[in-house]
Write a protein that binds this ligand. Structure first.
Ligand code: ZN
Length: 121
């Protein structure tokens, strides 16, 4: 992954902003969704698994809304922490090659954000 993909040009969202907007969409959909229950939309047809696998499916659907919401909130918190540090001073400018993460201080984009960017693919 190239650091260039994180560069923003005027009028375009950078990868960090696109990622934040994507996760916010996931969170909003999860929070607006009706909590699942067997009486709401039923249980999807089984793929021929055992009763134990069926129980796993039901547990997954029953918890998915709350768990997706919690994971999305976690991602937003990570993105709020891991963001480009305001360079300021002598190191700012369009040719600034030493942007760093505001949280871990590693070169931007830091490994945490690079890993999370996989959500956009
Ligand atoms: Zn970081």
């Amino acid at each position: 992954m190239s650091a260039d993909m994180f560069a923003s040009t005027p009028g375009q969202l950078d990868e960090h902003e696109r990622l934040r907007m994507y996760v916010e969409g996931v969170l909003e959909r999860a929070d607006r969704a009706v909590p699942w229950g067997p009486e709401t939309v039923g249980v999807p047809a089984s793929a021929g698994g055992s009763a134990l696998m069926r129980l796993n499916d039901v547990a997954f659907y029953a918890n998915a809304r709350q768990e997706v919401s919690a994971f999305a909130a976690l991602c937003l918190n990570l993105l709020a922490l891991h963001r480009p540090r305001d360079a300021g001073g002598v190191s700012s400018g369009p040719a600034c090659a030493l942007r760093r993460c505001n949280c871990c201080m590693l070169r931007w984009p830091c490994p945490t954000v690079q890993e999370m960017t996989g959500l956009l693919k």
